[in-house]
Design a protein around this ligand. Structure first.
Ligand SMILES: Nc1ncnc2c1ncn2[C@@H]1O[C@H](COP(=O)(O)OP(=O)(O)OP(=O)(O)O)[C@@H](O)[C@H]1O
Ligand SMILES: [Mg+2]
Length: 260
């Protein structure tokens, strides 16, 4: 069953960038295939990874409506599986599944239901699933996944960012979700970052580790020029991303690990 790594935090803190960087690091250390899930209605993970996304789960609502009018009835389950194959974009070592933006507030339920279903179905085929979440907290209560291996709380070293991730962490406690570990990723950290952010970070309930990811000109430039976060991206942030990736991966259980 694939380990779920969910990237969450305030808007613009760097969730998508760090999700892409961690995915690249997973591939470098031989963890593959990875499933990259863009669970942000304002989808940008495909773009960030340099993968063209033409169809999203949100498109399926209309298609299902049209199929329901069709007299040559193909079972709904078969249609959904068929469509999944069209939505899932394959790349080298990873696949991308994009939720997309539903039309109108009510349609969230439908699209979330489908994302949940697809995740359940796909999870067994990947050792790791990287989920880029929507900014803020509302998505958590929609419960697309209910067991998260690593919740990566992404923030800049600012009180607003820290307050947001502290709230997300509290909400995670209040919901019926299992979160194995919470890692605070203080992103775009300048020299003062660690000193400013560490005391706040330690006060966030459930956070076991804090990683400081430096501001990286290359990552910023790539985003500005619509260049992908590929294997060469963000060398200045690389060491921190390596540490973050190590922390995110499930640690072997000492009781079940085979002695050397
Ligand atoms: N470590 C970093 N160094 C420099 N720039 C960074 C870093 N991390 C992210 N950025 C930049 O910050 C901006 C926001 O990043 P990103 O889109 O990943 O944030 P986000 O949290 O996913 O935003 P949204 O809430 O809109 O989804 C982008 O310009 C990105 O290049
Ligand atoms: Mg994003």
């Amino acid at each position: 069953m694939g380990a779920i790594l969910a990237f969450s935090g305030k808007g613009g803190s760097g969730k998508t960038t760090l999700a892409a960087m961690v995915l690249r690091q997973l591939l470098r250390i031989g963890v593959r295939p990875v499933l990259a899930v863009d669970a942000d209605p304002n989808a940008t993970l495909g773009l960030t990874l340099g993968v063209p996304v033409e169809h999203t789960i949100a498109d399926l609502r209309e298609r299902m409506g049209a199929a329901a009018m069709n007299v040559t009835e193909i079972p709904k389950e078969r249609l959904l599986d068929q469509w999944l194959a069209e939505i899932l974009v394959e790349d080298s070592g990873f696949d991308v599944l994009t939720m997309g933006r539903p039309e109108g507030p009510k349609c969230y339920c439908y699209v979330n239901g489908l994302l949940r279903r697809y995740l359940k179905e796909l999870r067994g085929a990947y050792p790791v699933v990287v989920v880029d979440c929507e900014a803020g907290m509302e998505y958590l209560s929609r419960l697309t996944v209910d067991d998260i291996d690593s919740l990566i709380l992404v923030t800049e070293a600012t009180p607003v960012g820290m307050t947001t991730v502290a709230r997300i962490s509290r909400l995670a406690d209040a919901l019926p979700i299992k979160v194995k570990r919470r890692i605070l990723a203080v992103n775009k950290a300048g020299q003062l970052g660690p000193a400013l952010a560490t005391p706040y970070g330690r006060a966030i309930n459930g956070v076991s580790e804090i990683v400081h990811v430096p501001f990286d000109e290359d990552l910023y430039r790539r985003c500005a020029q619509a260049l992908p976060v590929d294997d060469q991206a963000g060398l200045a942030a690389r060491q921190a991303v390596e540490a973050l990736t190590r922390l995110c991966l499930p640690q072997p259980d000492p009781h079940t690990a085979t002695p050397r």
